[in-house]
Design a protein around this ligand. Sequence first.
Ligand code: DGY
Length: 392
Amino acid sequence: MEEARWRIINPDGVRRVVITKELPGSRWLQYLVDADCRVEICTSTEILTQEQIASAIGDRCDGVIGQLTETWGEPLFSKLSAAGARAYSNYAVGYDNVDVAAASRHRIPVGNTPGVLTGATAEMAAALTLAAARRIGEAERFLRAGKYRTWLPTLFLGELLRGKTVGVIGAGRIGAAYARIMVEGYKMNLVYFSLHPNPALETFVSAYGRFLDSCGEPPVTWERADTIAALLEKADCVSIHTVLNDSTRHMIDSRRLQKMKKTGILVNTSRGPVIDEAALVDHCRKHPDFRAGLDVFEDEPNLAPGLAELDNVVIVPHIASATNWSREGMATLAAANVAALLQGYPAWQRAEISAFLEDHPPKAAPSIVNADEVGIGQYSDRPTSRPHFIET
Ligand code: DGY
């Protein structure tokens, strides 16, 4: 393991913030420098070990921005707490790599970065759906291998999405954005499964259906499935947008894959372990007309044996949020979380976060997942009498 290298910005800053990877953009750094932080950034692209992170935290550290590739559990939060830290932010919207209960026990607020990667992730899920339906990966490999001899009526026949049914598991922000792309773009009917109904999404599909009807086109419809099995049986393509936790791990296993249509398409841009990847490999081998589009994998960066050889699977390396705007936005929100907490500001806790991407951001931490547990007050538009510091 090569030794981690670090870059230091604003060496005389009074608060010490450790960032375990280089981040894109510049606004995020300005937030931290404006909050009088000395910023120490790891320039190595290797995943840091627990020992390397603990050594970077050292005896005194005020805050950290960490990565989804790192395990943030009891050992690191107790180290952070002993170093006097008052802030941690994941550079991700998902935080299944973080033991939030452990952070709360140590009174350390945990931030994440919602709202800036909704469109990018939904677009990638749509791109994977189209790539799978139209066999783009397979066709591109064929062409690059010099195998294209002539146009043929039977060359790479795929599936038309228009008028078919899209299934969405998890209709939160990203799931709903994906559903809208598929309904509006490809006139697909929607079936969704979600713990909570999404009335805004239902209203959108109903209104769009009425609009199509008024144009003399077949209207689109929506339905909320009672069970995942009912959705899998009905949908022509299924996209997963759940969080990863004990209730969603291996949510799609061989039993549920068998419920899907033989020409079905399964797309995953959420977290790899939601699908039993070995079962998916087996299913794709047995059903060559079944297709999958995957951005995330069960044991990243490794792929289940056989996955990479399957022609009916299109795979990309966890890049759904990888647009400049989204990744810079994620950096801005993560830094705003840490800078705000270190200045004693309350938590914003609103879905609309665009004010943090502009000059003069609100004096608040954009998204703190354990604000209640660690006793951080909620931002109000009225000026607060004194800043809120967490007592240790
Ligand atoms: C996230 O933010 O959780 C994504 O997986 C990475 O962008």
